[in-house]
Design a protein around this ligand. Structure first.
Ligand code: 5GP
Length: 201
């Protein structure tokens, strides 16, 4: 188990929660549940260079920016962290809104990839780092390749990535198993109030 006693938990809980985990574990779905059912939790809106999917709204799901604008945000130090995800597009967390939410003592959450989580740990070590895990390796494989739309080569790449990503669990303070979206999301929200609630799980 990782050492969770190193950083003292301030009264009222650790307000900033960073949710990460392997590809296809359902981070986005858990974050969407929190957005819908817990308006008291502030969710960071990331900037990304990937194009919007149908139904995605600029400023709500992401800030959709071009490469030039993303580079400007990075160069001017306006991102708390940034990463190229799946070798395809850039993603980053705008710094100022996170700082504002924390200054207002609002529970705040970032849903980002592992590379980003490591950067936030370096910048904000007091945050609580939560790893969303699949119920089992078999279930993750099922979620990753379940649609069967990828080639054998793509499938192998995804599985190799998943293995590496799962190994990162030991870097995190808390693990939540995504066996049920609502249950996992409620457990996550409870950590923002009482981070000791799921420490031993
Ligand atoms: P999608 O394009 O499917 O919405 O997200 C792809 C991946 O990018 C997910 O693993 C998500 O966690 C990650 N991601 C979303 N926003 C950020 C961000 O601001 N920073 C980092 N590092 N990863 C992000």
């Amino acid at each position: 188990m990782p050492d969770t006693t190193a950083t003292p938990v301030p009264p009222g809980g650790r307000r900033l929660v960073v949710l990460a985990g392997p590809t296809a574990v359902g981070k986005g779905t858990v974050a969407a549940y929190v957005r819908e059912h817990h308006p008291e939790v502030w969710l960071s809106v990331s900037a990304t260079t990937r194009p919007p999917r149908p139904g995605e709204v600029d400023g709500q799901h992401y800030w959709f920016v071009d490469d030039e604008e993303f580079a400007r945000l990075e160069d001017e130090g306006l991102l708390l962290e940034s990463a190229v995800v799946h070798g395809r597009a850039c993603y980053g967390t705008p710094r100022a809104p996170v700082e504002e939410a924390l200054a207002q003592d609002r529970p705040a959450m970032l849903e980002i990839d592992l590379q980003g989580a490591r950067q936030v740990r370096a910048a904000m070590p007091d945050a609580l780092f939560v790893f969303l895990a699949p119920p089992s390796w078999e279930e993750l494989v099922h979620r990753l390749v379940g649609r069967g739309t990828e080639t054998e080569e793509e499938r192998e790449v995804r599985l190799a990535t998943a293995r590496t990503e799962l190994a990162a669990v030991q870097e995190f303070d808390v693990t939540i198993v995504n066996d049920d979206v609502a249950r996992a999301a409620e457990e996550l929200v409870s950590l923002m109030v009482d981070p000791n609630a799921a420490k031993d799980s």
